[in-house]
Design a protein around this ligand. Structure first.
Ligand code: THU
Length: 129
């Protein structure tokens, strides 16, 4: 699946966003090493801090199905610039060493960065050895 197709998948999941408080809808899609795709949306909560971002929804869905090996993550929202993952999601991207992050917006702008670029000097399991 191409980067653009992964963004299209993310857009489909954005339709499922549960965002009654912010009204800001986000979609994400993560691709595994064997080409499987898991999508996610943001899921808000009246207790705001309990909200789950689209990226983490997609990654956690995949991990809960037994996936550990990821090749790319796409995220899309109706932003001026391609939508950048938040800090918490960057930490999860670092945990699973997702090598490629495709940020996109609804106008078709895309920006691809390496996972490592998103969170320099990330805390990881290696630090606890
Ligand atoms: N949000 C995401 O889903 N992903 C991000 O990377 C940025 C923020 C969601 C969380 C919340 O539901 C809404 O966007 C506003 O912060």
């Amino acid at each position: 699946m191409s980067d653009k197709e992964l963004v299209e998948e993310a857009k489909k999941y954005r339709e499922h966003a549960y965002a009654p408080y912010s009204g800001f809808r986000v979609g994400a899609a993560v691709m595994t090493g064997n080409g499987k795709v898991y999508g996610g949306c943001n899921i808000e909560n009246a207790s705001y801090s309990v909200t789950n971002c689209a990226e983490r929804t997609a990654i956690f869905k995949a991990v809960s199905e037994g996936e550990r090996d990821f090749t790319a993550l796409a995220v899309v929202a109706d932003t001026d610039a391609p939508c950048a993952p938040c800090g918490a999601c960057r930490q999860v991207v670092a945990e699973f060493r997702i090598p490629k992050i495709i940020m996109a917006n609804m106008q078709g702008a895309m920006r691809t960065v390496a996972g490592e670029e998103l969170l320099p000097f990330a805390f990881s399991g290696d630090d606890m050895k």
